[in-house]
Design a binder for this molecule. Sequence first.
Ligand code: TXA
Ligand code: MG
Length: 328
Amino acid sequence: MKVVKLDPVNPDQDKLLEPAELIKNGELVAFPTETVYGLGADATSDKACLKIYEAKGRPPDNPLIVHINSFEMFFKYTDFHDERILKIMEEIWPGPITLVVKKRNIGDVPTSGLDTVAIRMPGHPIALKLIELSDRPIAAPSANISGRPSPTRASHVISDLGNRIPMIIDGGETFFGLESTVIQPVQDKIFILRPGPFSPEEIEEKFKMKVVLSGTEQHVPRAPGMKYRHYAPNKKLVIANDLDEILKLYKENPNALVLCSKETAEKFEGNKYILGSRENLYEIAKNLFHSFRYLDQSDYSIGIIEKFQEAGIGYAIMNRIKKAASKN
Ligand code: TXA
Ligand code: MG
């Protein structure tokens, strides 16, 4: 596998010609987005998209996100004309939000045979340039082995997929560290199929529509992928509600690693990994998946993770932590 190192802010266009050529030829290229690294393939080719499922070991009924770089591309591959929502998407995109809408000119492999497509304009210069030079939409799930934490650094992709794909573009650490918010407008409501960096509060404020969180109402649409166990370290992970509970769990498991905020770390003497400040949940989000991988590579036998406030991006942080802990 070849690694192409690029500046994430001002990527050298010449160095993106070879990866773009690979995409055009139906090959796989891993690349950074502002959320997590994606494993990209030509979204207009079922054959190319099939390689994504093979490389990741992804269940065939879990559809991919299609990445675009313009509204021209959006209209070519979707059948969605709600002017009010489109105007809001023009303000939000490029950014960490994925819209599920009726599809057009997209095959059954990237969409798992659904009549909808999950589509997103990523807010990352490398991703946008790669789409432009490939001159087609790029289907890309997170670039991890299915079930593992999403990759937020090139080294994560290399350790999962290094021997399975021809190229990875290394653009350093991703900005948010959590996957995009997936939303689906249905009549006068917005369903959040997967929480992400764009919080339920922000969505409500932007769209001025009723926001429904997946799993809270019956018969609501779901992202097929959300039924799979995800984001999980291989080691056991338990959630602690507060410092007292951390101390109790640590006493029971002296070979544990405590994943916590710097505020908690100041009061806790023991094996710890500092995720960031509780005052800046974006910092916690950015380090979360790396901490899962760190735990797996360490000699600690179990992880104890601090509970964070479920507001703003904290809602998505706790969604990922609960899923990771639900494994055991
Ligand atoms: O931030 C992200 O979204 C990253 C970067 C690479 O863009 N991608 C990502 O893709 O997280 P993936 O495949 O790991 O997650 C895609 C999610 C899955 O839960 C999938 O089920 C859902 O989107 N999805 C895809 N197509 C859908 C559809 N037509 N209807 C409902 N959910 C869909
Ligand atoms: Mg994923």
